[in-house]
Design a protein around this ligand. Structure first.
Ligand code: ADP
Length: 208
């Protein structure tokens, strides 16, 4: 009986990636939400069916922040793969709110989903653009057999989106858009991001 109880506990709290801190919530009846404080380039759940999301820019040629960290960890083949995407207009390979998918190359995950969030002060309706970036990322998982996904705090760095607002948009959008995923993860790098997501998740969901 003890052993049975122990196993149940492990299923409820998947421990395959441990951030400096982690928390688990019931996102929907069938899907768990896992929050971690840490580095998304280190995240993996199952190297055949998992993906991390990159907060890229429209050119898709790398940049600072999490984009730079992902390109460094994935290696130069990632840039080559990104260059293969056709430009939809001048220099733009991935418009704000849309997403593209590549292999993971030297990362432990099988796929990288590149999406572009809004620059907070430049968009008339940053909230709908940020929601689009989350929805596009989730949509692309369906066509690519991705079963586990980890998001960073899209737009919250160089693009200036306030953490509290971004946490609300991301968590409600993900809750309302997941279809067959069993787990959605967020890997928050900075303490204020981790705190904002944790607070919002506690407000919206049951912690388990
Ligand atoms: P954006 O241009 O969309 O604002 P940034 O990369 O500047 O993207 O920032 C997005 C978020 O990613 C920020 O909260 C930043 O602290 C975080 N970040 C930076 N490096 C990493 C990393 N290695 N893993 C996870 N998150 C990261």
């Amino acid at each position: 009986a003890m052993f049975g109880g122990q196993r149940k506990q492990e299923e409820a709290h998947p421990q395959r990636y441990q951030g400096k801190e982690s928390a688990c919530f019931k996102l929907t009846e069938t899907c768990l939400l896992l929050l971690h404080r840490g580095d998304i380039t280190k995240w993996t759940v199952d190297g055949h069916t998992d993906a991390i999301v990159n907060a890229a820019n429209e050119r898709l040629l790398g940049g600072g922040g999490v984009d730079g960290a992902i390109h460094r960890a994935a290696g130069p083949d990632l840039l080559k793969a990104c260059r293969q995407f056709p430009k939809v207009s001048r220099g733009i390979r991935c418009p704000v709110g849309s997403a593209r998918i590549t292999r993971g190359f030297n990362l432990p995950v099988s796929r990288i989903i590149h999406t572009v969030g809004p620059v907070y002060d430049m968009e008339e309706d940053p909230e709908s653009k940020l929601a689009d970036a989350y929805r596009s990322s989730l949509n692309i998982t369906r066509e690519n057999e991705v079963k586990y996904i980890a998001f960073p705090a899209i737009s919250c760095g160089i693009y200036g989106y306030p953490y509290e607002e971004a946490a609300a948009v991301s968590l409600t959008t993900v809750r309302d858009s997941i279809k067959d995923l069993k787990e959605v993860h967020f890997v928050l790098f900075e303490m204020p991001a981790w705190e904002a997501w944790l607070e919002k998740a506690n407000e919206l969901f049951e912690q388990i």
